[in-house]
Design a protein around this ligand. Sequence first.
Ligand code: HAM
Length: 414
Amino acid sequence: MFKAARGTKDILPEEQKYWRYVERVASTLAHRSGFRRLDTPVFEDAGLFQRSVGTGTDIMDKEVYLFEDRGGDKLTLRPEGTAPVCRAYLEHGMHSLPQPVRLYYFCPVFRYDRPQAGRYRQHHQFGVEVLGDGDALVDAEVVQLAWSLMANLGLKDVSLVVNSIGDAQCRPGYIKELQAYYRGHFDKLCGDCKARLENNPLRLLDCKKPACQPLQESAPKSSEHLCEACRAHWEQFKGYMAALGISYSVDHKLVRGLDYYTRTVFEILPPVEGAQSTLLGGGRYDGLMEQLDGRPTPGVGFATGMERLILNLQRQEVAVPDEEKPKYMLAAMTPEAAQAGVRLAARIRERGAGVVMGGQGRSMRSQMRSANSMGVPYVVILGEDELKAGTVTVKDMASGEQRKVGEGEFLGGV
Ligand code: HAM
């Protein structure tokens, strides 16, 4: 028997209420802050992510789903949502709209990761991007949206960490310092970090191997090596955060796993810690549009994993509204009644009410049992007597009360 591919999962009907809940809360908040939805294709030109996410990152080197289509084009299943949004901004000339442009998305994301709780090969993100405004006020606005998403979902005890990793001006100098520091401790590094020292030195700071952690504490801090412009931006950002009254901690080890970030980076962590637990991550990416051959356009955003949000909602036993159920079940007791029943059901639906068919040929008892387990509040019974009299019998499942009413009268009141 076939099973869902490793690292993917079906979202079963009983889980759907969590998905609809998160989508509703997230999109309501996004609209409230002036964001508009953008949907981009599941696959893109492979070059888009090589240029943006960056070769040398785990995502591009180990996790990306890369394939050639029948026409020989090299394509990639989207490993993240920011680069496609920037591509769409450029392709559709959104720089001619009033700036900044605020966009949000829900999309499946593909990474060939080692599957475990909260880590999938296909996961789903809700993300937002603000394009065309470099002011630190926008960074704070985006962080506030992320923070209010957690609160509005009802997630408790989450924590916010922030950092500034500088820009093209000051980062090279900082990286040199970082490399010099780590070269002095080369023997103590894990195998991966020995390679990172040359390929992706910032990631030395968030290696999860125990051997590498003590070194991280005393490593040079990016926020202490900022150029003047980045320092001013960082101070302004912290000023806006103070004005918002959102509590956060600065973590100099926070560098994020994608190459495009500049200045502000941030993450929201759940109360139960774990390497794969980050609920939400984002930051500023002021150089990305140029890497994609666009004119300089600053950007900042975040994305959050829907599966991880839902895992935490379930862990914290957050009450999520049930999906709407049909108000009626139509129980037809004879083949003739079934004919009249499908017609009646159609007319009930035309009037905007929900009705599910009870199942032709099944006993009254078994239809009642289904109605109960589905939580349908009323069963509409159509039998021989009702057909003759042009009536229906309506059973209220909560009280057990039954009453016979004319079909017309019943339809008038659905
Ligand atoms: P990211 O940190 O790679 O950032 O992913 C964002 C979120 O997606 C993570 O915080 C996590 O909740 C979820 N996630 C990532 N990988 C997996 C996985 N394998 N299984 C389940 N959930 C996962 C980005 O993708 C950036 N594009 C975010 C961004 C937007 N930065 C600026 N704008």
